[in-house]
Structures are given as C-alpha cells and as structure tokens.
Design a protein around this ligand. Structure first.
Ligand code: 6PG
Length: 476
C-alpha cells in the first residue's frame, strides 16, 4: 500500500478530515460503507490532493503503508464497535486505529485494552471545531500509546489549527485520555453557551433591546477579554433576520435546546469523581429543562403575569455588569473543567498536562478563546494550582467583577429572569471563599439520625454524639 493514512466513514466530518489530510500533502486512502460517498468525495475534491478511493474494507486496508494508520469517523457506540470488528482481522501487529468520533472515554478504555491484546494501537482522539475545523484545522486531542503518537503526531500536528506557530494538537495521555479531555471540552462548551444565552436574555429583558442591537453589544465584547469564537458567532446569530417572516431569527427558533450527550457524560463523570462542576451541570440541565414543554406550559399558565416589570437604572452600568458577570462565570466554568481533567488524570493515571491542554484549545475548537492563553500561563507557572480562580489574572478579574456579578444575579432574581449558570457560578465562588460552610450542620444531622460520625475542628479522630441519650460524645 502507498497511502500514509486512511479515513473510513465519509460523512461530513470524515470527508473534511480526509480533505484536510490530502491538502497537507498526505496520500489518503478513503472508504465508506456505501461507496457512493467515496466516489462523490473523489469526484468533487479529487484535485485537492492524493486520494486512494477504495470500495471494500480489505482494499482499504491493503492501500495503506505499514504500520497502517486508520482513522475512523463513524457514529459513537455500536457502529464504532462494528467497524473495529471488521478492521481487526485485516490488520497486523503494530497497526493503529484512530477513533476520531465523540466516543465515551470508558468505551475507548475498553477498546484500547481489547486491541492491545491483538498488538494493535487504539487511539481515541477528540476532534473539535465542527465541519469547518475538520477541513481547515481542528483542535486535536489524541489519547492512546506514546508509540502511536510517534507516527500520528507529525500528521495531526500538520493538519491541526496553528496558533502563534504552535499546533493545536498534542498527545494528551494513554488510552481514554483524549476522549476524556474532549468530553470536558464539550462540558465547558455547554457552560460557555448557557452563560452567553443568559447574558443575552438579561440584556434583552433589562434593556428592552432588540436582537440586532444586542448583536452589536456582543461584537464589541468580542474585541475585549471575552474574545472567542462563541461570542463572535453569537453576534452573527443575533444579527440574523429570518427570511420568511422578516423577524429576528432568534425569535422564530423553537426555544428547546438539544444535545447529543457529551455534556451529560461530563456531568456523570464529574459525579463519579466527586468534582463539583456546577456551572457545567446547570448548563446541561438548562437544556433539558427547556425541552420539557408540558411542564413549562403548565407552570407558565399557573403563574402567568406574576413577574414584575423590569427597568435597569443605568443602561451602561448594567451592560458592563453583565459583561463582568459573564467573564467571572466563564472563569468558574473553566476552573471546574480543569479540576475535572485533573481528577480524571489522577483517577486513570493519565498524567495530563493542564497547561498543554489549554494550549491546544487556543485554536480550532469550539471554545477557542483569547483567555486560554492565560490558562496555559497559569498552569505553566503553577502546575499544582489548587484552582484557576486563584491564579493572578483570574483572581484579579473575578475580584473586579464581583460587585457587578452580584448585582446582575440579584436583579435577575428580582425580575424573575432565570440565570442558573450565572447564579450557581457565583454560589460556587462564594462557597469556596467562605470561612465556614453549613456542611458542619449536615455532618451533625448525619450523626444524629444515622450515627455517621463527624470530625472536629480542634482534635483528630472521628466522633459520635449519643443523641438519643444524654448527648455525651464518644470517640468513634
Ligand atoms: C466540537 C463540538 C462537537 C459537538 C457539537 C454538538 O467540539 O466540535 O463539541 O463535537 O458534537 O457541538 O454537541 P451537542 O449536540 O451535544 O450540543
């Protein structure tokens, strides 16, 4: 075989990845279950580089130079297992299967282990950036063995987005590390989007502004600390007018947010690891809440007309407060996401470099943002940073934002505008900075009803109070 790499699964992401590889000078074997797609790709884009179209899986594998590197871009779950089962008997020891889909990292761990027994490398790889990213340069998060990265690294680093001369790709860690990091990326993506949506909702209600006016606000924000892909496209979406009605596009879209599951996976994993990713969880639940049309309708009817009218005192102050609340809450979301990655890395022994992760999210991916440079800096300076919130730039920014953040959350509560992510992020911050938490009372209650014991502030050991008797304390 003469192809340096192969891509099987030529739906839009796989197809664009294959084109990206070919445009970067690689000879790419391409394969799809229904060969029309393969033919279509070569007919439309064959002049962009060297493609080797193949019709059967056996021909596809035969077209590859050794050790073979096969990228699969198929649906997560059953379809992924089916393609792996088809590939394995055709491959030889040392060959590499790269799963670039959004697989659950636990599946990736299972597959990696199973394929290792066949002396095959299985490389679960997170790819972010949507269709455009896949074509022009995504952010790439490969897991799998260090050995597989020696072959894949130079290829992936070439096709990835580049920021300040650095590729947005690096070896994240063994087995499921790449898919885990991609999963958390998506959790942060959910939080980022929910925060933007809350900011928009608040501005619209508080200022009685039109979506087109707010598009301008987001456009301005995008030239400051909030600069990011998601803020940029928010301006686009808010500025768009629906052709058939002439109304603002955002007003004709059904207000029920969907999800394919990666945000849910992030929250599930955080619960398992005991990491409070409250902003990401609220963002995920906000999507499901929006989809409960019956409950929304019944509650809306029961409580119609009870919201007070809202007029902000000073428009410029309010806009600036919302901007700062957004930035501070966004910092919380990233702090939580990076805590989650650290915990996953410890639990599964992945040795993930947090600063390195921030580095490859600076370009290509959906959450790409100016401030990822600062996250990189923070973790490079202090790899053991207890939380991003205390790194100098972040601490200063949060400190400066707190008064506005509080005003926004308080005013929203008064006006009856839901701000689950803004409010929970502020609570998270206040809880972390509190001298004492009422967790002490929880411990007392647990000991009272179940003799679950508690620890004391002044002595080591575990204690129990004889609540049913004379309330004396015993050492447990
Ligand atoms: C990316 C995105 C992508 C994700 C979509 C849809 O990084 O390119 O995260 O992988 O699948 O954003 O996700 P939801 O359907 O769950 O919103």
């Amino acid at each position: 075989g003469q192809a340096q790499i192969g891509v099987t699964g030529l739906a839009v992401m796989g197809r664009n990845l294959a084109r990206n590889l070919a445009r970067n000078g690689l000879t790419v074997a391409v394969h799809n279950r229904s060969p029309e797609r393969t033919r279509g790709l070569v007919a439309e884009h064959g002049d962009e580089g060297r493609f080797v179209p193949t019709e059967s899986m056996a021909d596809f594998v035969a077209a590859l130079e050794r050790p073979r590197a096969v990228i699969m871009m198929v649906k997560a779950g059953g379809p992924t297992d089916a393609v792996i089962d088809e590939l394995v008997p055709l491959l030889d020891a040392g060959d590499i299967i790269v799963d670039c889909g959004n697989a659950h990292f636990a599946d990736t761990r299972r597959r990696e282990e199973a394929l290792r027994r066949h002396d095959l490398h299985f490389v679960g790889t997170g790819v972010s950036g949507g269709e455009e990213g896949a074509l022009w340069g995504p952010s790439i998060m490969p897991g799998g063995s260090a050995e597989s990265y020696r072959k894949l690294g130079p290829i992936f680093e070439r096709i990835a987005a580049q920021v300040d001369g650095e590729p947005c790709c690096r070896h994240i860690g063994p087995d499921g590390a790449g898919h885990f990091v991609k999963m958390v990326h998506n959790g942060i993506e959910y939080a980022d989007m929910q925060l933007i949506a809350e900011a928009y909702d608040l501005l619209r209600a508080g200022l009685d502004a039109t979506p087109a006016e707010l598009a301008e606000t987001f456009r301005q924000w995008n030239s400051g600390e909030l600069e990011s892909f998601l803020i940029e496209i928010t301006a686009d979406v808010l500025g768009h007018t629906d052709a058939s009605t002439g109304q603002a596009f955002v007003d004709v879209v059904l207000d029920q947010a969907e999800q394919k599951g990666t945000g849910r996976w992030t929250v599930q994993s955080a619960l398992d690891l005991g990491i409070p990713i409250t902003g990401i969880a609220e963002a995920t639940f906000a999507r499901s809440l929006s989809g409960h049309a019956d409950q929304r309708e019944a509650t809306r009817r029961a409580f119609a007309g009870t919201g007070p009218a809202w007029q902000v005192a000073d428009r410029d102050t309010f806009v600036e407060d919302v901007r700062r609340a957004l930035l501070a809450s966004k910092i919380v979301a990233y702090a939580q996401g990076f805590d989650h990655i650290r915990a996953g890395s410890q639990e599964y022994d992945w040795n993930i470099d947090l600063g390195g992760t921030a580095t490859i999210w600076r370009g290509g991916c959906i959450i790409r943002a100016r401030f990822l440079d600062r996250i990189r800096q923070a973790y490079d300076d202090h790899p053991d940073l207890p939380t991003l919130l205390v790194a100098p730039w972040f601490a200063d920014t949060v400190r400066a934002g707190v008064p506005g953040w509080r005003r926004v959350v308080a005013e929203a509560a008064q006006a009856g505008v839901p701000t689950p992510a803004f409010a929970s992020s502020l609570s998270y911050f206040d809880a972390l900075r509190a001298n004492r938490l009422p967790a002490a009372l929880i411990q007392g209650l647990r000991d009272n009803f179940g003799a679950h014991t508690y620890r004391r502030v002044d002595r080591d050991g575990s204690f129990h109070t004889i609540w049913a008797g004379d309330h004396h304390e015993v050492e447990a």
